[in-house]
Design a protein around this ligand. Structure first.
Ligand SMILES: [Zn+2]
Length: 121
């Protein structure tokens, strides 16, 4: 845009047309849900949202950790995944699974149905 010579231009006072002092990585755009403290996209890792915990209660033993994440350099466009982490009930081994947004929609629908049925009984 500024590549054409401009006769009125004063090189001593006019700002440089080249953004030489722009910080590295400043052209990186983050999803709205991305959290700066968890995001590793500046280092080539995934975008990550805040981590949310669902604590166990007197009946349910599960402690669930949920976190949105997205590969920063996916060539096929933005993919958003929900990472669900929990300890296996029997072995205690930590299990992590990724849910696509389609799976998440199905899960929300199922949970809503089950919750409504349990409330009606
Ligand atoms: Zn990010």
């Amino acid at each position: 845009m500024h590549s054409m010579p401009c006769p009125d231009r004063n090189p001593a006072t006019d700002p440089s047309p080249h953004p030489e002092h722009a910080p590295i990585g400043s052209n990186l755009t983050h999803p709205t849900w991305c959290h700066p403290r968890h995001c590793t996209a500046e280092r080539g890792g995934p975008h990550r949202g805040p981590s949310v915990l669902i604590d166990p209660d007197s009946i349910g033993s599960a402690q669930l950790q949920l976190q949105l994440w997205s590969p920063a350099d996916d060539p096929d466009g933005p993919v958003v995944l929900l990472e669900l982490a929990a300890a296996d009930r029997d072995s205690g081994r930590r299990v992590r699974v990724d849910l696509s947004m389609r799976q998440l929609d199905q899960l929300i629908g199922l949970l809503t149905t089950v919750t409504n049925q349990a409330g009606e009984s």
